[in-house]
Design a protein around this ligand. Structure first.
Ligand code: UT7
Length: 363
């Protein structure tokens, strides 16, 4: 039997209710900034921010449910996933992982579920794992979710270096076994990391290096810190090289790329990478202006946005690339998926409901 290809067959998203413009953010957080500066230097005009009751798991669950419904619509019937991979840097708890609760809320019973942490490259790493599981024949239908709530979890609202950049949200894709010439087929990937530059993007305290209760930790060390200019140049360098690597593996030239979707961090970074790859502006897609940087959620959210606006035909040759803390980066080539993206608002049902068999003695 030929090795199956991994195929994206459902697209789902979820955003918090509240969109916050640059002007509102500056006023509400008392930032020493300027709305024109933010738009011109980053390309961000607004972002969606979670309220205090909405967790990463709530967004992940809503996006996952939407992706499963999107896949069912295309297939003409339900396609239950057999593993859940959740890429996030802002899990609901430091322990345990958030994915099992998301799987439970999706009604997936004992389906295996795990979190994966690779910051803004997390979705690309998770997609690689999903592809490997499918092509190896170990699992046939991974649900891959990228979900974040940076604004309530990691960001100091008064730090203009980071508060202007990040938004909250979730995007999800269902992956199934299929053929390499179908819309949605994942064709090649390239991943990389550079831990020597870990300090460029970091939350210094709260992990085992500087534990939560350590008297040495100062309050600001619990917040996300980034050396913006160096990260900027690393992002351009790494995403360009990674894109060229995955194109080589795919046997594509840059002019073969119909759809280019980069991690949505800064429009100047996106354009610098695309310019170096000689991908014209009409083939660059994303929703940074409306969503800001949603970290691990940014690529599936941009993919779904491109599909929702019908800016890419099913089967179009697509390059996705991302970069973030770690440092970690990656790229995939794929044929643009056919599924219609669906979206659900997050809802907060309170504590996870217990299972009916909780109190039964093992037989
Ligand atoms: O998702 C993970 C990956 N993250 C990224 O890729 C982010 C990468 N970095 C960036 O996107 C950019 O470096 C930033 C948007 C964070 C900063 O933009 P920049 O063009 O690199 O700004 P800068 O730090 O070089 O500062 C330029 C000027 C300075 O003023 P002077 O010294 O030229 O008078 C800053 O004080 O802009 C000023 N500035 C601001 N002004 C208003 C810096 N931040 C702000 C601000 N509002 N928020």
């Amino acid at each position: 039997m030929p090795t199956p290809a991994a195929v994206l067959c459902g697209l789902g998203t979820s955003l918090p209710e509240r969109a916050v413009t640059n002007r509102q953010l500056i006023r509400e957080n008392g930032l020493d900034s300027d709305e024109r500066w933010i738009l011109e230097r980053t390309g961000i005009a607004a972002r969606y921010l979670a309220d205090a009751r909405t967790s990463t798991g709530d967004l992940a669950h809503a996006a996952g449910r939407a992706a499963l419904e999107s896949a069912a619509e295309l297939a003409g019937g339900p396609l239950p996933p057999d593993i859940v991979l959740l890429a996030t840097t802002t899990p609901d708890h430091r322990c345990p992982a958030t994915a099992p609760e998301v799987a439970h809320r999706l009604g997936l019973g004992d389906t295996p579920a795990l979190d994966l942490s690779a910051a803004c490259a997390g979705f690309l790493y998770a997609l690689t794992c999903a592809r490997a599981l499918v092509t190896a024949g170990l699992y046939t239908r991974p649900l891959v979710i990228g979900a974040e709530t940076y604004s309530t979890t990691l960001i100091d609202p008064h730090d203009r270096d980071t508060a202007i950049l990040f938004g909250d949200g979730a995007g999800a894709v269902l992956v199934r076994a299929g053929a390499a010439d179908e819309p949605g087929a994942l064709l090649a990937q390239e991943l990389g990391s550079d831990g020597a530059r870990a300090e460029l993007i970091q939350v210094p305290a709260g992990g085992s290096r500087l534990p939560f209760a350590a008297p040495r930790a100062t309050p600001e060390q619990y917040y996300f810190a980034m050396k913006g200019r160096t990260v900027y140049s690393q992002a351009v360098r790494r995403m360009t090289a990674s894109s060229l690597g995955v194109l080589r593996r795919s046997g594509w030239n840059t002019e073969d790329v119909d759809v280019f979707i980069s991690h949505q961090a800064n429009q100047r970074i996106i354009d610098a990478v695309a310019d170096r790859l000689r991908i014209p502006p009409a083939r660059r897609h994303g929703n940074l202006r409306e969503l800001g940087n949603t970290a691990a959620a940014s690529i599936p959210l941009a993919l779904a946005d491109t599909a929702a606006r019908r800016r890419a035909a099913p089967g179009a040759r697509t390059l996705i690339t991302g970069f973030g803390g770690g440092l970690a980066w990656g790229s995939h080539t794929l044929l643009f998926p056919e599924a219609r993206p669906l979206s659900h608002p997050p809802y907060t049902p309170g504590p996870c409901p217990a299972r009916a068999d909780d109190d039964k003695a093992p037989s």
